[in-house]
Design a protein around this ligand. Structure first.
Ligand code: ZN
Length: 412
């Protein structure tokens, strides 16, 4: 256990915050600090074909130790941390034999991690927790995943009696800003399928995520002196308001859960002359997703019909762009890759928690790039903030799951 703690701490104490406003890859130069260190470490533990490309994507190979043909599988995680909260000067605290009570993260600032609010904590009573000092995020998302993959590869190298096929591992920058998969060379990776180790609590196994689109609806108005405006002025802000009011009231993030999709207005900016409404559209079901996009177009069209004569042309334009798709479509034809992960967990006494992600993952993009890629727990909780923590026992279990998946894939 100490080994896994030491490795994890050696990663989280390197600042790798990514930056959505940067156009480079990696988005921040400091991500190289950990990327270069990881590449050296992978060679040191004895992996082969260790490569780090010009965008800081790292790949390495654990060769097969069996004679028969085994599909090449992969494990992927990301080493950047979220720009939502500071990742500089992370000072991890280790709580041994957690007693189930409040954990004071920071005495001076009175920051407390309490099971009264974060109920999940209670399932880790008696375990070793790693927390922040209340001033930064922890970076278990996803340095727990990196730790687990490296530790599992090291374990397999040290235990040649465990039989496995060829395994590829990949570490990416910039996942937190939605670009982790963008420059991932799937052909070079050369695996038949892979798993991202990037979920939260122990047992999580995910192969469904949202279909996602973004829409920008622009409304044109006509500004006229308000004293002389009758029959002449078109206030684009009021038209935009009319548009929003025609969206289904209950189909919003704050009123939906599970497999329920939504429309989510993320921004509105306007004047009399022009108003722009930003919207995101989400649904797990592809048909319903398409229907939602159509609905946005239909409301836009109906507004145009209403004002066409007065305005002398279309008043509103909807620019709808797909963002990502549900990986289920790509995973279902090769469903054994989920079953192997499920079996691995069951063999280790872990109850699989299979649920649909209400968001996207790098794995969904990778799945559409030809690498089917379900997501497995990495063990952490409360990502992207100061209450982030990870039980060491969960990280150890994730290591065991990787090892067991390797073993099951090679079983004849
Ligand atoms: Zn992550």
């Amino acid at each position: 256990m100490q080994h896994i703690i030491d490795r994890f701490i050696s990663y989280v104490t390197v600042d790798t915050e990514s930056d959505p406003n940067s156009d480079t890859t990696p988005s921040t130069q400091k991500q190289w600090d950990l990327a270069n260190k990881l590449a050296v470490e992978l060679k040191t533990i004895g992996l082969e074909d260790v490569s780090i490309d010009e965008n800081a994507y790292i790949m390495a190979t654990l060769p097969s130790n069996v004679e028969h043909e085994v599909p090449v599988i992969g494990f992927v995680s990301h080493f950047d941390t979220s720009p939502d909260f500071s990742g500089a000067n992370v000072k991890p605290q280790i709580i041994e034999n957690y007693d189930g009570g409040d954990i004071v993260l920071n005495k001076e600032q009175n920051i407390v991690l309490s099971p009264g609010y974060f109920k999940d904590l209670l399932q880790y009573k008696g375990q070793t927790l790693i927390t922040t000092d209340g001033t930064t995020l922890l970076g278990a998302d996803d340095k727990a995943g990196v730790t687990e993959i490296v530790t599992a590869m090291e374990y397999l190298i040290n235990h040649p009696e465990i039989k496995h096929g060829k395994i590829r591992i990949g570490f990416t920058p910039d996942e937190e800003i939605g670009r982790g998969a963008h420059k991932f060379d799937v052909a070079k990776f050369g695996a038949e399928w892979a798993y991202t180790m990037d979920g939260s609590q122990i047992g999580e196994l995910e192969y469904e995520n949202f279909n996602a689109a973004g829409a920008k609806i622009t409304f044109q108005g006509k500004s006229v002196h308000p004293g002389y405006a009758k029959g002449k002025m078109i206030n684009s802000m009021l038209i935009a308001n009319d548009f929003i009011s025609q969206l289904p009231k209950n189909e919003v993030p704050e009123q939906t859960t599970g497999y329920e999709g939504f429309f989510h207005v993320t921004g509105i900016k306007g004047s009399i002359e022009e108003t722009v409404v930003q919207l995101i559209i989400r649904d797990h079901d592809r048909e319903k997703f398409e229907a939602r996009k159509k609905k946005v177009q239909e409301i836009t069209d109906s507004i145009n019909r209403k004002f066409e004569q007065q305005f002398g042309g279309p008043i509103a334009t909807a620019d709808i762009k797909d963002q990502y798709f549900n990986m289920r479509e790509k995973v279902e034809p090769v469903f054994h890759i989920v079953e192997i992960a499920e079996q691995a967990m069951k063999d280790l006494g872990i109850t699989p928690l299979i649920k649909a992600i209400r968001g996207g993952t790098d794995g969904s993009q990778l799945s559409y790039m030809g690498l089917p890629c379900p997501n497995i727990f990495a063990g952490g909780h409360n990502f992207h903030g100061k209450y982030e923590y990870v039980p060491v026992e969960s990280m150890q279990k994730a290591v065991d799951v990787i090892v067991r998946i390797a073993e099951l894939t090679a079983a004849k």
